[in-house]
Design a binder for this molecule. Structure first.
Ligand SMILES: NC(=O)c1ccc[n+]([C@@H]2O[C@H](COP(=O)([O-])OP(=O)(O)OC[C@H]3O[C@@H](n4cnc5c(N)ncnc54)[C@H](OP(=O)(O)O)[C@@H]3O)[C@@H](O)[C@H]2O)c1
Length: 234
């Protein structure tokens, strides 16, 4: 890939960088950062996209200025939504640099870090949840005998147009416009209410956010045990 420099030694690549992006799995964070902590000082900006790992944990591991980000998979088509939060050492300029990077792949929002676990569950995991809903819509078409391709196009087309419409209208206005008294839509909506659809979706997000919190506690416990093992003040 033009302009991309590949190295096998992390310290080698980090020492010449102004901005370092940390994109490993949460359980890999300590192993990835410890060997390079000497070259990851206050002259570097570390942008972490790792789910559940707080700026406080990262600042305990390295001396760099830290910005935490939660992008979503939409970035692969330049329609991502990314939330960023500055750590205690990050400047406004650092946040701008981070948001500048993610804005080139969609939209970027600056948020207080206390919302990150919820954001991870909503926009980070959200594409998986929406995919399940879309798949069910497509399968419902199959259940009712609609040919596969047509059912898929109807399902995804409905999702696309609803998303566009909901940029200019509120959900309750769309619901009112589509729902004829005594008609088809209200029958379906009653089943959704009886099945607790809204509560189910809220619980999905709540559970995801809980897991994000658990991950940060697990990584923090790992960092603390390393302090014990190595007798270092990290
Ligand atoms: N996927 C999403 O939609 C999404 C959204 C927001 C945030 N995130 C976060 O992004 C992070 C990465 O997710 P992913 O799905 O891209 O995971 P992934 O595919 O497993 O990528 C992790 C990468 O880190 C590399 N790596 C591991 N240890 C390393 C080390 N010590 N030094 C250098 N490279 C190392 C791995 O290389 P090898 O394979 O060679 O080991 C791999 O390329 C996770 O923390 C996740 O929470 C993901």
């Amino acid at each position: 890939m033009p302009g991309v420099l590949v190295r096998t030694d992390n310290a080698d690549i980090v020492k010449d960088a102004d901005v370092v992006i940390l994109a490993v799995k949460p359980y890999q964070v300590v192993d990835a950062l410890m060997p390079i902590r000497n070259v990851l000082g206050g002259d570097k900006l570390l942008i972490s996209v790792v789910a559940g790992v707080t700026t406080r944990i990262l600042e305990g591991l390295v001396g760099a200025r830290v910005v935490r980000a939660m992008p979503n998979i939409g970035i692969v088509i330049e329609r991502g939504v990314t939330a960023v939060s500055p750590g205690s050492r990050a400047s406004e300029a650092d946040v701008k640099v981070a948001c500048g990077i993610f804005s080139s792949m969609g939209r970027c929002f600056i948020v207080d870090e206390r919302y990150m676990d919820a954001i991870t569950a909503i926009s980070g995991s959200g594409p998986a949840f929406i995919s399940v809903i879309l798949e069910a819509l497509w399968e419902a078409g199959l259940l009712l005998g609609i040919p596969t391709d047509i059912s898929w196009e109807l399902a995804i087309g409905t999702l696309e147009s609803s998303a566009e419409l909901l940029r200019v209208k509120r959900p309750w206005d769309v619901i009112e416009e589509v729902t004829t008294p005594g008609g088809v839509t209200i029958r379906g909506l009653r089943v959704a209410e009886e099945g607790g659809l809204r509560g189910l979706i809220m619980r999905m997000i709540e559970e995801g956010a809980r897991r994000a919190r658990e991950i940060s506690q697990e990584v923090e416990a790992r960092v603390r045990s390393m302090i014990g093992e190595q007798g270092r003040n990290i």
